[in-house]
Ligand binder design. Structure first.
Ligand SMILES: Nc1ncnc2c1ncn2[C@@H]1O[C@H](COP(=O)(O)OP(=O)(O)O)[C@@H](O)[C@H]1O
Ligand SMILES: [Mg+2]
Length: 373
């Protein structure tokens, strides 16, 4: 088993405070993805867990044992942490064949040659590079080398696998294949995985949990579904989802224990049980933001009771899906439909929105105050 706990981790590079009080528990068997824009501290977090960097503050526990205690200047060396690491810039040994690169760790552990051959073949097959076993790294493309690096890391069935943007050099098709393989690998080996990416699709598709960073801080730790359905603040809402979530300004007020919201979409009343614990004015009107995923908006060419009259601003059928820009008052928002659907521009249509699927944010604090259910 492998359970990792980070407690109050701070990391500075000079005066640059790149990790700020990070608290994160990765349960045994989790596929935990660290997600966020470039420069937010994801790689640094992996390096701190692996022992390549020492944090200035905080504690890290591995299966309950302290491997880092900054206050006591106690840091277990990387070799004592029972983990394997694959970096974005994978370093293969240039003088060794693919087979020997992948076999290297197994040979160090003195496994017999038959077992080694079997494990190497299985790891290479999984990464769809079995045919390259006898080649040298310089005879492979960047994407192929990257897959060798992953094969090398998984061949020894580590308890903890740290992967830093391992699919970044692959083309779109191969990336989908490799996402499937990593998901299978996680299931088959039961390995705990900490995976770094800035790609929300990778995070949403493979992870059991996602830790969303913003500028050195952890913003939200949740399952992919939670993160997608109930982002904790406007930044999280805007970061997740493709096409991006619709954000519309509105005014909100508590009336008889219910949240009443007005916007260009009209009026909505939300029951108390859908409100979160976040702060917002309990009397008087305040600014809010309505957040609605494009696929939650249904376009009707006929008037429907409760639907919002809108006009077609733009229409982009693209094979498997159609993105349509709708205009209501001064607000523009996107609707996403499956398949190819064509509308004449400026045509009048009706938008059907299930109000339960709307998230409401306090505009001032940017925090979620009413959750979609
Ligand atoms: N070795 C280093 N020396 C100085 N600053 C660094 C070093 N590594 C990373 N940083 C800085 O720390 C911040 C976080 O970097 P990093 O963890 O690599 O981000 P991410 O992986 O999320 O893109 C960035 O501002 C980066 O410039
Ligand atoms: Mg990085």
């Amino acid at each position: 088993m492998s359970r990792i706990e980070l407690k109050h981790i701070d990391k500075f590079y000079g005066s640059n405070h790149v990790l700020r009080d990070i608290n994160l528990t990765i349960e045994d068997g989790d596929f935990m993805t660290l997600l966020g824009p470039s420069g937010c501290g994801k790689t640094t977090t992996l390096r701190v867990v692996s022992g390549l960097e020492k944090p200035q503050n905080g504690i890290i526990l591995m299966d309950g044992k302290e491997i880092v205690n900054a206050a006591e200047a106690s840091f277990a060396p990387p070799s004592k942490r029972n983990l394997n690491l694959v970096f974005q810039s994978y370093a293969l040994w240039p003088h060794m064949t693919v087979f020997d690169n992948v076999a290297f760790g197994l040979r160090i552990r003195k496994e017999n040659s038959e077992t080694i051959a079997k494990k190497v073949a299985s790891a290479l097959d999984r990464m769809q590079i079995g045919e390259f076993a006898k080649r040298y790294p310089t005879e492979l493309s960047g994407g192929q080398q990257q897959r060798v690096a992953i094969a090398r890391a998984v061949a020894s069935s580590p308890k903890l696998l740290l992967l830093d943007e391992p699919l970044s050099n692959l083309d779109a098709k191969l990336r989908i294949d490799m996402r499937a393989e990593l998901q299978r690998l996680h299931k088959d080996l039961g390995t705990t995985i900490i995976y770094v990416t800035h790609d929300q699709t990778e995070a949403l598709t493979m992870s059991t949990k996602i830790a969303l960073f913003k500028a050195g801080e952890l913003n939200q730790v949740a399952t992919p579904a939670e993160l997608y359905n109930n982002p904790i603040d406007l930044e999280a809402a805007d970061f997740i989802g493709n096409p991006r979530i619709n954000l519309l300004d509105g005014k909100a007020e508590m009336v008889n224990g219910q949240l009443v919201v007005k916007s260009d979409l009209g009026g909505h009343t939300f029951p108390a049980e859908h409100l979160t614990d976040e702060e917002f004015p309990k009397s008087g009107e305040f600014d809010c933001v309505l957040a609605i995923r494009p696929e939650q908006i249904i376009i009707s060419t006929e008037p429907v009771e409760g639907a919002i009259p809108v006009s077609i601003y733009a229409n982009q059928p693209a094979g498997s899906e159609t993105i349509t820009t709708l205009k209501a008052g001064n607000d523009e928002f996107l609707a996403k439909e499956i398949g190819q659907v064509s509308y004449d521009l400026d045509r009048k249509v009706w938008a059907i929105i299930d109000q339960n699927k709307i998230n409401i944010y306090n505009k001032e604090t940017t925090r979620l105050i009413k959750r979609a259910v």
